[in-house]
Design a protein around this ligand. Sequence first.
Ligand SMILES: CC(C)(COP(=O)(O)OP(=O)(O)OC[C@H]1O[C@@H](n2cnc3c(N)ncnc32)[C@H](O)[C@@H]1OP(=O)(O)O)[C@@H](O)C(=O)NCCC(=O)NCCS
Length: 155
Amino acid sequence: MGAVSPSEWHPSEDGINFHTRKWVKPEDLNANGTLFGGSLLRWIDEEAAIYAIIQLGNYRVVTKLISEINFEASALQGDLIEMGLTAAHFGRTSLTMRAVVRNMITRKRILTIERIVFVSVDEDGRPTPHGYTDITYDRDRMPREHPGTDTIRVV
Ligand SMILES: CC(C)(COP(=O)(O)OP(=O)(O)OC[C@H]1O[C@@H](n2cnc3c(N)ncnc32)[C@H](O)[C@@H]1OP(=O)(O)O)[C@@H](O)C(=O)NCCC(=O)NCCS
């Protein structure tokens, strides 16, 4: 994908809202002086975990699968990048998401990941049904207790 003109550059794309922005800093660069893929994957994995927690209402979600990643463009130090995710499929215990990352400065797409699968697990790490079939745009499924400390109780 080449650069997109400002009039075609929207805050959402294919049903994906770009909630999270990152500022590319020196520690995020590879030896070529461009954005290190490992940094980007760490940010995406964290973003997907947060999305899955909100959608599945369970703090205990784990990464099961990240499909092929094609890095289409990169970013330089000081660039601003934005990440977006949407749910593609609710399984019984899993959630499949699609991710897009864009460079806000160059207006190029950095990558697309068609499938990121997270699984909802119980306290023993076994898959557990989440009971949801569609996306929530509210915070109605937010976990109300922290499984580790039992200290967070939202009423
Ligand atoms: C996630 C984990 C609990 C799943 O265990 P499992 O024995 O594969 O469980 P299941 O076969 O019951 O599958 C659970 C769900 O994952 C899905 N799944 C399993 N393997 C999959 C794969 N290769 N691709 C896509 N989805 C897959 C299943 O379809 C199922 O989804 P559904 O219930 O919505 O239909 C287990 O694989 C695990 O603990 N993995 C390590 C997770 C982790 O530590 N991630 C961080 C990486 S460091």
